[in-house]
Design a protein around this ligand. Structure first.
Ligand code: 5AD
Ligand code: SF4
Length: 446
């Protein structure tokens, strides 16, 4: 019987990418992937440190794994428990102290060393949270994945140091991969059947990797290069910072057909004082102007954003400024969070915390407005004909599921042979999280 690996990822798309790559590393070692943790010889938790709740989830999961590991041991099976990702990076020694069941702790920059860490863990608990001199991308096996839509990390780390954020500490300084490396990986993915690539980075639009002419290339240059990879029909990118929204990236939205009409551009707050306290280095109006430029390039662009309510010192009037910004701009989708102090960040030193009840009320109000906008956007799709990239089987037998260019999920009746194709679909109904439609005509190329 082959050895099995269970890999679970929390948090952002970069973590999803890292989890897929760890699965590749383990596959090379003879581990096949399983969704059933009870039969896994290696369990990897790829953790997120962005908010306290996310980090605490790891410890409750580890409690369950301790029981499972003991049961498997009683049945004569060894289980290696690996904690990877940003909690591993930030709290390595503490994880060993709090969770005796953990065998390996490995950070986001060193998981290519997983095989040697697993081997070493039979003698002593093994930890590697270095920022190694070698580049993990040079040491990872070829991608084996995976489906129709795949993430591809092009840039890691962040030099922005927003006052609330742990990323500059857990993921380190900004580093971009070369255009050639990204194009080569995109080619491997396309050869394996991938049609859509999500270029990911903590600050993806700050991308400045080495271009073919020996000079730094921008994200727009990179998108144009990936668009030339045969088989790649759709390109997306996330997450962007407002201050790195260059003219060439905005122009690419009008000029590159494969670049999908979506922009995830976190604003965090609509109040200039709060934005300054967060060290975001832009104002609410500057953000509005960027959106105007983007919309004049691509009028139908679907905007999404991240928001934090209850940053220390945030007043009612300042929160109202966030509500106004949301009402003015109109977002198709959004993530909103209560502020959570993170160890080591400047904001965690502040003593003017917003009371929990006030934070709750603000989050509820903001999410109410954002939900209403999202539902209105979904309802507006009813009656339209949209190009759906079919990704997988649908919820019901006979159905397939896919996404529109604007990233709306659609279910419709079609044979599984449609997977990987772009199919024109008329939307007939909007559900809560999905649209329902009917295929019209035959598949088109993009
Ligand atoms: N508290 C709450 N939300 C946070 N985020 C980042 N750090 C914190 C924090 N300390 C949110 C931001 C960011 C998203 C990925 O997570 O909105 O854009
Ligand atoms: Fe964190 Fe700000 Fe960097 Fe985003 S831009 S990763 S919020 S420090």
């Amino acid at each position: 019987m082959s050895k099995k690996a269970f890999v679970k990822s929390y948090g952002c798309q970069m973590n999803a990418y890292d989890a897929a790559r760890m699965a590749d590393v383990l596959a090379e070692q003879g581990f096949s992937a399983t969704d059933d943790v009870a039969e896994a010889d290696v369990v990897v938790l790829n953790t997120c440190h962005i908010r306290e709740k996310a980090a605490e989830k790891v410890y409750s999961e580890l409690g369950r794994l301790r029981v499972l590991k003991a049961a498997r041991r009683a049945a004569g099976h060894d289980t290696r428990i690996v904690v990877a990702g940003c909690v591993a990076q930030a709290e390595g020694p503490e994880i060993f102290a709090r969770a005796p069941t953990v065998d390996v702790v490995v950070g986001p920059q060193s998981y290519h060393r997983l095989p040697e860490l697993l081997a070493r863990s039979h003698e002593t608990r093994a930890r590697d949270t270095d920022f190694p001199v070698e580049d993990k991308f040079d040491h990872l096996p070829a991608r084996r994945t995976a489906g129709i839509s795949a993430f591809l990390t092009v840039q890691e780390g962040c030099d922005k140091f927003c006052a609330f954020c742990v990323v500059p500490y857990t993921r380190g300084a900004e580093v971009s991969r070369s255009v050639a490396a990204v194009v080569a990986e995109a080619g491997t993915l396309a050869a394996g059947g991938v049609r859509e690539i999500g270029l990911v980075g903590q600050n993806v639009n700050a991308y400045h990797g080495l271009g073919p002419d020996g000079r730094p290339a921008s994200l727009a240059d990179l998108i144009r290069a990936v668009a030339r990879v045969p088989g790649i029909a759709r390109i997306r990118y996330t997450t962007s910072h407002p201050n790195d929204m260059g003219d060439d990236l905005i122009a690419a939205h009008a000029e590159v057909p494969a670049l999908m009409p979506c922009l995830h551009l976190p604003v965090q707050s609509g109040s200039d004082r709060v934005l300054a306290a967060m060290n975001r280095r832009h104002t609410g109006d500057a953000y509005r102007r960027i959106i105007e430029r983007v919309r004049s390039s691509r009028p139908d662009i679907a905007l999404s954003s991240d928001f934090i309510v209850g940053f220390p010192g945030e007043t009612d009037a300042e929160f109202d400024a966030t509500m106004r910004l949301v009402a003015d701009i109109g977002f198709e989708a959004a993530y909103s969070f209560k502020y959570s102090p993170r160890p080591g960040t400047p904001a965690a030193e502040r003593t003017d915390a917003v009371p929990a009840a006030v934070m709750d009320a603000r989050l509820q109000a903001l999410q109410g407005l954002l939900d209403a906008q999202r539902h209105a956007y979904q309802r507006a799709a009813v009656g339209q004909v949209v190009a759906v990239l079919v990704e997988k089987a649908g919820r019901r037998p006979g159905q397939v599921a896919g996404k529109t260019p604007h990233l709306l999920a659609v279910q419709f009746d079609a044979p599984m042979s449609r997977i990987g194709q772009v199919v024109p679909v008329r939307i007939v109904e909007a559900g809560t999280n999905s649209l329902f439609g009917e295929a019209i005509g035959t598949a088109v190329a993009a």
